[in-house]
Write a protein that binds this ligand. Structure first.
Ligand code: UDP
Length: 241
């Protein structure tokens, strides 16, 4: 169910429904670009034409942020649910494993990527990891060609936002039959370098706060976008009354 907040597209569905769509796209191959959206990204879209275009071209955009769910509920969409990007990527990997599909990963630091692929290969032994390339390359356009040659069913791009979404959109024509997901820092978690927030913190909808506390470098990003996001959402609400 596609809705809009601050004029930006967002889909309301459950994690299982999103996982079902991914599995269907693995069984009947088609291009399926997925963006996991948080408030910072919405604010970015307002000023960044390339990212805006990536959003408009995505087949699925899920709320990966408490702020997005809050904004949707304020608009009356009470069934809005958060879908953490890492959990959606794990669902995609589980289906790729079940169906013995080809997976490519582009992004992350070299050692982190290697560790993560090791861990994932153990969890998902039937996946064929056809290409894994770290995210610090001089020519990122060449990488798209290299990945396309392998014709992977699932491509995980871990370059951080908005770089990963812009890369996916720019090169999408090369991947007509692939599911492509921007996975941000998921490799850091799978490799064991970083931990996700404990479940009780997640249940309090404070995973974003936990990340800021553990990675203070994120604070300026959050401070730049969150107050503007809240202000704009409240203004949109007042104007709609
Ligand atoms: N990264 C990368 N190439 C770059 C910039 C970042 O591969 O040029 C990786 C980085 O190593 C990390 C991920 O992208 O693994 C970004 O993680 P972050 O948690 O910051 O994701 P975001 O919140 O920006 O989506």
């Amino acid at each position: 169910m596609r809705k809009k907040i601050l004029d930006q597209p967002i889909d309301i569905l459950s994690l299982d429904e999103a996982a079902y769509l991914i599995k269907s796209a693995l069984i009947n191959p088609k291009q399926f670009k997925i963006i996991t959206l948080n408030p910072e990204m919405i604010i970015n879209a307002l000023d960044n034409f390339e990212f805006q275009s990536a959003l408009n071209n995505a087949e699925l955009i899920v709320p990966d942020g408490t702020g997005i769910v809050w904004a949707l509920k304020l608009k009356g969409y009470n069934n809005a649910l958060r879908i953490p990007g890492i959990e959606l990527a794990e669902k995609a990997l589980a289906s790729a494993n079940e169906l013995s599909k080809k997976v490519a990963i582009f992004g992350g630091k070299k050692d982190i990527l290697e560790k993560a692929v090791n861990v994932l290969s153990n969890i998902y032994p039937r996946i064929n990891f056809v290409k894994t390339i770290d995210g610090y390359q001089e020519n990122e356009d060449v990488i798209a060609e290299e990945i396309a040659k392998e014709n992977p069913n699932l491509i995980l791009i871990a370059l951080g936002t908005p770089k990963q979404e812009v890369w996916i959109n720019k090169h999408s024509k090369k991947f007509p039959n692939s599911i492509i997901i921007g996975i941000g820092g998921s490799l850091d978690v799978w490799s064991g370098k970083k931990q996700r927030a404990p479940e009780w913190v997640r249940n309090l909808h404070l995973e974003w706060f936990y990340r800021v506390v553990n990675e203070p470098a994120r604070l300026p990003r959050v401070l730049r976008s969150l107050p503007r996001f809240i202000y704009m959402i409240l203004r949109e609400k007042v104007n709609s009354l």
